[in-house]
Design a binder for this molecule. Structure first.
Ligand code: GAL
Length: 959
């Protein structure tokens, strides 16, 4: 058996301990290393000092080597990309030898020195100055070697042999790219005699009765050697670290107000700077509390990925993404599915996030064969499981942001989870344990599920969930008494997710349902360029993988370059901290009710801004200070003397609540919540009497010119166009997975329009068609009743389904083609971004403008996108201001793009989309919702677009 098939997690390294920076000497070994990639582990060993590596490549460390042209990335979700035969690994085992020659100054302190690797994927064997130190597995976990005795002044040679595959690969089957490399820091750390090896901060918090944000702190820091603790702000100086200090009044640490106290731990030879956050996590009556109050997790799952660098996430990128989360009101992060770079946890402490720190463990691929030989239930693997948990908990235990330890992800269930939980509980009783795979909740403290439907969450909220088949009465009762979290929900793949509002309602209805984490934060697309330099992102299968899971890797709330997607805009709206409601109908005044959804923080210093606009044109605006609102509380403010609606347009009052002071993540003026109420409806002019058509070579009706053979509109005034015709199809979105087979079998993407009748009447034009797919007998009987009123052309469309339609329709509306020049769009309706029936909370009613190109959302895998909802009217104009005005009666859903739905559906990457010589406009009566069906529940019934008889109206006018 080869050493890479050893079940031992590591050999030759030191016991795990807390990660910390100190005044002791240290040296970063990051930088340019020499690199040689071999296809198997049989390549000559790289450790000898005198080995000639002059013809090796140069590679930055940290790095994922396939991102630098050595080998290729590959992607599988569940499946192992090698035969499942633990602990065996394939002969093809990419092996990256890394060598660094570094100089040590003569004056560096001698004595104990530790060589630390913060992350190597996956099996790392290490030599220093020709001596082999050992090897390790556990890719996202630190490992340290004692090296002081081997270091010398002048040149030193460090060699690291990294094998992509090892027995430990069976424990690292997370849904992500397979990307080997030394992807986190490499550092030499001097350990002075009498210095600290490890410490454990215990900083509990007891809120006061009058104000839960302040209270009493109890501080004790366990250290392995005697040390002195100083916390200047709290008047603590040189206190013996291990002795508890009863601290009078402190401010608690919460994700909303991450109050940290700077402290130092000192020995005679070293000082360590630490930041202490006082907080207590508890479960009381089945509810998860922090500092005595229920928290609601408005969270995301975060992987570590960068579109150019793979697993290496530069510090600026990390900071920018956490700031973006804060600006979007995200308050919780699950570190799916491994402990992150320690910097992320330091930032979470600083900016304020509730963190679920998850162990680097997933054995999902055993599920493919019925979980046979799953390591989770095999005692031969216990050491490996325990080692992973210990390395995470020991490294991360001093971060106040971490409120739950997670045993890992999707690894079935077995004795080794029990061992991990038991060890963790003993080592750190202060944090409850999470693991979704423990469905019976034998080992965990929190009940967790992924992708549970709304109905299931509701049942859980009522403590009425079904009994788990493996649970006896006691175990069943135990689970029913636990807090519940959705560790994954709202699958953000492509367009979506929909249905988030209804989850929020459940989280707010049931005390036990404490929120969850959207799957997931980031699309893991790999940035690429076409030969002519156009940027796009690649996904599974784009690197010639034998097995892959395609675009299932691009399922985030932000695009690979971390640009927010509409899904993030919607999520931010759903979880906004200030909810706004309105009351009153008296002219010129409204009562605005502001409700704070903060769990701990008092909202203070905020400003309410209001604006009254008719058809999007402002009539007046103002602002007023918001009195402090306690967490969970409400206030009412009266707005009086609002301008009176004028003219015939629709009048709206829009209110936003904005922060009054700067925070670490946003300048003052950051919107914490907004809302709208209609002050006056539009007054539609009565249509003048219809004119009669004139039939000839074409049928002329008002400004419209129709083809007498099929009754299709070909021109309007000076405008040539084609359509509108009934359209029922959309380029499937990832979340359409539950419907795709039905839609495709029904031929919705290849409907034929048979003209049944084109008849000029005294008052207009009647066109009847039957829309149906080849080979199927079901169809849609369509009537278009056209009338002309002055220059306005009106069509009333009636659709009657014939035959069985046992599935929803993707869309129902009209499609037309316009000249390509009509690319400037202005609309009054929902915006500014795209919105769909079950994802439209972020759309406000206003007047917006965008080019057709700007209306597109560039989902990495092209699919239906860009719908503007509740559009009252829109104009599509060319640069000279000529074009088309469309009106809904009362509203229409609008999508405009430079390619057809068919071309959109055929595209595999954004660069496949090439503009036609037309603008394709969809004016929909409705579209089916989005749901979360790419991995989770389909569209909620209320947002389904059922095939039912329907009548809708659209008006057209040439401009
Ligand atoms: C879950 C899994 C995630 C991801 C997601 C689908 O089952 O925990 O890692 O695969 O499904 O995108």
């Amino acid at each position: 058996m080869s050493y890479v098939e050893d079940l031992a997690p590591r050999v030759g390294s030191l016991p795990p301990r807390a990660a910390f920076a100190s005044t002791a000497w240290s040296l970063s070994l990051n930088g340019d290393w020499k690199f040689r990639l071999s296809p198997t582990i049989d390549a000559p060993e790289p450790g000898a000092v005198d080995l000639d590596d002059s013809d090796w490549a140069t590679l930055p460390v940290p790095s994922s080597w396939p991102m630098h042209g050595h080998g290729k990335p590959s992607y599988t979700n569940v499946k192992y990309p090698f035969p499942v035969d633990p602990p065996r690994v394939p002969d093809e085992n990419p092996t990256g030898d890394h060598r660094l020659t570094f100089d040590l100054p003569g004056d560096r302190p001698v004595g104990r020195t530790v060589l630390r690797f913060d992350g190597v994927d996956s099996h790392a064997r290490v030599w220093l100055n020709g001596t082999e130190l050992g090897w390790s597995t556990g890719s996202r976990l630190p490992v340290e070697y004692e090296v002081g005795h081997l270091l010398r002044a002048g040149a030193n040679v460090l060699a690291v042999r990294v094998h992509q595959w090892s027995a430990a690969s069976y424990l690292e089957d997370q849904d992500m790219w397979w990307l080997p490399g030394i992807f986190r820091d490499v550092t030499l750390l001097h350990r002075p005699d009498g210095g600290l090896t490890d410490f454990f901060v215990h900083a509990d918090f007891e809120p006061s009765e009058s104000d839960h944000t302040v209270g009493t702190g109890l501080l004790r820091i366990d250290t392995d050697v005697p040390a002195r603790l100083s916390v200047p702000e709290l008047g603590i100086t040189d206190h013996p670290a291990g002795e508890p200090v009863d601290i009078g009044c402190v401010t608690g640490w919460t994700a909303e107000q991450p109050r940290l106290y700077a402290a130092t731990l000192a020995t005679d030879t070293e000082q360590v700077a630490i930041r202490i956050g006082f907080r207590t996590v508890s479960i009381v009556d089945g509810v998860l509390l922090v500092n005595g109050r229920r928290i609601l997790l408005r969270g995301v799952n975060r992987h570590e990925f960068h579109p150019d660098l793979g697993r290496v996430v530069p510090e600026e990128t990390l900071r920018a993404e956490l700031l973006l989360m804060k600006r979007c009101h995200v308050n919780a992060i699950r570190t799916s599915h491994y402990p992150p770079d320690s910097r992320m946890l330091a930032l979470a402490d600083e900016l304020g996030f509730w963190v679920v720190d998850e162990c680097d463990l997933e054995t999902h691929g055993f599920g493919v064969d019925g979980w046979r030989r799953n390591p989770s239930d095999d005692p031969q693997w216990t050491d490996a499981y325990l080692d992973r948990m210990r390395r995470m908990v020991e490294r991360d235990k001093n971060h106040p942001s971490i409120i739950l330890w997670s045993l890992g992800n999707e690894s079935g269930i077995g004795v080794n989870h029990g061992a991990m939980a038991q060890w963790t509980r003993h080592r750190d009783p202060s944090r409850p344990i999470h693991y979704e795979g423990d469905h019976a909740c034998r080992h965990v403290d929190v009940y967790s599920r992924m992708y549970a439907s709304h109905a299931e969450v509701d049942a859980i909220g009522r403590h009425a969930e079904p009994r788990h088949p493996d649970a006896d009465d006691a175990l069943d009762a135990r689970r029913r008494g636990m807090p519940f979290v959705l560790c994954e929900y709202g699958h953000a793949m492509g367009n979506g997710p929909g249905g988030l509002l209804e989850y929020r309602e459940l989280f707010e209805r049931h005390p036990r349902c404490q929120g969850g984490f959207i799957w997931e934060w980031l699309d893991h697309g790999i940035r690429s360029h076409t030969a002519d330099g156009r940027e796009y992102f690649r996904y599974g299968g784009d690197f010639g993988e034998e097995l892959h899971d395609g675009n299932f890797i691009v399922d985030g709330l932000v695009f690979p370059d971390r640009t927010p997607s509409p899904g993030l805009v919607e999520f931010a709206k759903i979880i906004e901290p200030v909810r706004i409601g309105f009351a009153g109908t008296a002219p010129g005044s409204r009562t605005v009710r502001l409700h704070s959804t903060y769990d701990h923080a008092t909202l203070a210093g905020a400003v309410l801004r209001w604006r009254v606009a008719v058809d999007g044109e402002q009539l007046g605006a103002g602002e007023t200070p918001v009195p402090p609102i306690p967490a969970g509380g409400s206030v009412e403010l009266a707005l009086t003397d609002l301008p009176a609606p004028t003219g015939a347009g629709e009048c709206w009052l829009t209110v936003s609540v904005e922060s009054g002071t700067d925070t670490a993540w946003a300048a003052a003026g950051h919107v914490l919540g907004d809302g709208q109420t209609q002050l006056a409806p539009a007054h539609r002019p009565v249509l003048v009497a219809p004119v009669a058509p004139r039939a000839g070579e074409v049928i002329e009706l008002g400004a419209g010119r129709f083809d007498p053979t099929d009754g299709v509109l070909r021109g309007l005034g000076d405008l040539s166009l084609s359509g509108p015709r009934l359209d029922v199809w959309r380029a499937p979105i990832d979340n359409d997975k539950p419907y795709r087979a039905d839609w495709s079998a029904a031929g919705l993407h290849r409907m034929h329009h048979r003209t049944a009748e084109v008849r000029a009447t005294a008052a207009g034009l009647l066109v009847r068609t039957r829309v149906a797919a080849a080979s199927r007998d079901r169809g849609l009987a369509v009537q278009y009743r056209w009338t002309a009123h002055d220059d306005l052309l009106r069509v009333v469309v009636s659709v009657v389904p014939e035959g069985e339609w046992p599935f929803p329709l993707p869309r129902l509306g009209l499609r037309l083609a316009l000249p390509a020049a009509l690319a400037r769009v202005t609309w009054f309706g929902g915006g500014p971004g795209e919105a769909y029936a079950d994802s439209r909370q972020a759309a406000r009613i206003d007047r917006f403008s965008a080019t057709v190109d700007e209306l597109q959302t560039p989902y990495v895998f092209p699919q239906e996108n860009g719908n503007r909802t509740a559009v009252r009217w829109a104009t599509l104009l060319d640069d000279a201001g000529h074009g088309l005005r469309v009106e809904g009666a009362p509203t229409v859903e609008l999508t405009a793009r430079r390619w057809t739905s068919e071309r959109l559906a055929a595209a595999r990457h954004t660069v496949d989309l090439v503009a036609d010589d037309a603008i394709h406009l969809n004016l929909d009566h409705a579209q089916h919702g989005l749901g979360s069906g790419s991995c989770g529940p389909a569209v909620l019934p209320r947002y389904e677009l059922r095939a039912e008889p329907v009548t809708f109206e659209v008006r057209l006018r040439a401009i």
